[in-house]
Design a protein around this ligand. Structure first.
Ligand SMILES: CC(C)(COP(=O)(O)OP(=O)(O)OC[C@H]1O[C@@H](n2cnc3c(N)ncnc32)[C@H](O)[C@@H]1OP(=O)(O)O)[C@@H](O)C(=O)NCCC(=O)NCCS
Length: 295
């Protein structure tokens, strides 16, 4: 069994300050953070001059300062969702040496506070369905919901996929920031779901040894109100270049597309010895995929 690293202490209090970023110098620091966090080539970075114009045209740009040093930021821009006032959040990044200490969460809750002040209702963003840590933060901790699977959304840009040559699939998730669900999450995450009695639309082949686990065959015919889709706990630990990442993506994509089409939506995430998405069957208008102006 995989041994989890010891939990880090969270940081808060006078050492951490979250505030709007407003100057070109601070925007330059955001570019530095992108390089450190994503290790992208220059072509894939958002430059300081873009943040400058975004800031002056309605973006929300907040920084987390630890002992005075900019250590993470969140960036969203106004988006057209028809009658719903909202933003699309394109970056959330925390420097590797201070990850896991609560800054990412704090930045997102501060983004919500600012969005509420601006009378917004919705913040969307995309994330890679195979990234368990982000899934846990987004769904279990922040309370987003999701019903939209985007195949190879950013194209086969080598740095934006989990592995070179693997399509950059994404979920588009919806953070309904005024909803009872999100208000409840603001008080703390819900009790973890016990995966034992919920049917699995996808799980690893039995007997596989971590980290080289292999996906089983997706079961697309379940009828239960809640179903689970397993993903590897740390996709980056899977052996690269052996087709395993692609196999997980193909299997998970099949499961998500099939169940979203049948009215299931992302409802929770289980991050324990094994990692599972919890999908719940919904009724009514939430069935349709969501992107931009709902049709
Ligand atoms: C994703 C990221 C912004 C999170 O910021 P962070 O400061 O490390 O996260 P926090 O310490 O606030 O943790 C927030 C939640 O993330 C999850 N998380 C954080 N570290 C984790 C880990 N090692 N394993 C599993 N889940 C983890 C947990 O759900 C945690 O909430 P909890 O402490 O209530 O359980 C940061 O790790 C990062 O910059 N990653 C690379 C960039 C990226 O992927 N950005 C896109 C985000 S959608």
């Amino acid at each position: 069994m995989k041994k989890s690293p010891p939990p880090k202490k969270s940081i808060s209090g006078p050492d951490v300050r979250i505030r709007p970023l407003t100057s070109l110098e601070e925007f330059r620091d955001c570019v530095f953070i992108q390089r450190r966090v994503w290790d992208h080539p220059d072509l894939d970075l958002i430059p300081d001059h873009f943040f400058q114009i975004a800031f002056h045209t309605g973006a929300i740009l907040l920084g987390a300062f630890v002992a005075g040093r900019l250590s993470g930021y969140v960036y969203s821009f106004p988006a057209d969702f028809g009658r719903t006032r909202g933003h699309h959040s394109h970056h959330l990044a925390v420097l590797p040496e201070v990850q896991g200490l609560g800054l990412g969460k704090a930045l997102k809750w501060a983004q919500r506070d600012e969005a509420l002040k601006r009378r917004l209702e919705l913040v969307t963003w995309t994330f890679d369905p195979l990234q368990a840590r982000n899934a846990n933060l987004n769904i279990h901790v922040l309370g987003v919901v999701g019903r939209t699977y985007l195949r190879n959304f950013y194209g086969e840009t080598p740095t934006l996929g989990v592995e070179e040559g693997v399509p950059s699939d994404r979920f588009l998730v919806e953070w309904r920031i005024k909803s009872a669900r999100v208000r409840a999450r603001r008080q703390g995450p819900p009790a973890p779901v016990d995966p034992r009695r919920i049917p699995k639309a996808l799980e690893r082949e039995e007997g596989g040894l971590e980290p080289a686990i292999v996906p089983g065959r997706p079961n697309l015919r379940l009828q239960a109100p809640r179903i689970l889709v397993e993903i590897p706990g740390r996709i980056a630990d899977l052996p690269q270049g052996e087709g395993l990442v692609a196999a997980w993506q193909t299997a998970a994509r099949k499961a998500f597309e099939a169940y979203f089409a049948r009215g299931y939506r992302l409802d929770d995430f289980i991050s324990g010895e094994r990692s599972y998405y919890v999908l719940r069957l919904t009724a009514g208008t939430e069935r349709a995929p969501f992107f931009g102006r709902p049709s």
